[in-house]
Each structure stands twice: as C-alpha cells, then as structure tokens.
Design a protein. Structure first.
Length: 79
C-alpha cells in the first residue's frame, strides 16, 4: 500500500493556484485511475484506488500547509 499526499491550502482563494499543485496532482491521479470519491477523514480528504494492482491512498490534508504533517501522521498510523 502507498500513501500519496498532495499538499495545498484549503480555501477558495487557493483553488487553481500554485499553492495547490499537490491537490491538483492527486485529483488528476484520482481521475485517471477512477479512484473513489474523496471523503473526509484524518483532518483531510482521502480517496482509495488501485494502480497496477497496488492499493493506493490519496490524501489532501485540509489544514494549512505548515500543519499538514498532523493529517499525514493520522493516516499513516491508521494504515
């Protein structure tokens, strides 16, 4: 299993900006590989799917960038 974390900042003012390239990257992975819809979990949004038979979790922390580690630790510890 792999956990791929896309970093960004929550909020409408950051949508589509360079501050959210990480969010855009995981959104594209989710789209290309038909992952599940993102759901709220671990202080973030998480999606699950498979690439080449390998389970992949995508995470978009919904904290400010400097607090993203909290969300990542929660997800990593759970899985």
């Amino acid at each position: 299993m792999f956990l791929i974390v896309g970093l960004g900042n929550p909020g409408a003012e950051y949508v589509g900006t360079r501050h959210n390239v990480g969010f855009m990257a995981v959104d594209e992975i989710a789209r290309r590989y038909s992952f599940s819809a993102f759901k709220s979990k671990f202080d973030g949004l998480i999606s699950e799917g498979k690439i080449a038979g390998q389970k992949i979790l995508l995470l978009k922390p919904q904290t400010l960038m400097n607090l993203s580690g909290n969300s990542v630790v929660k997800a990593a510890n759970y899985y």
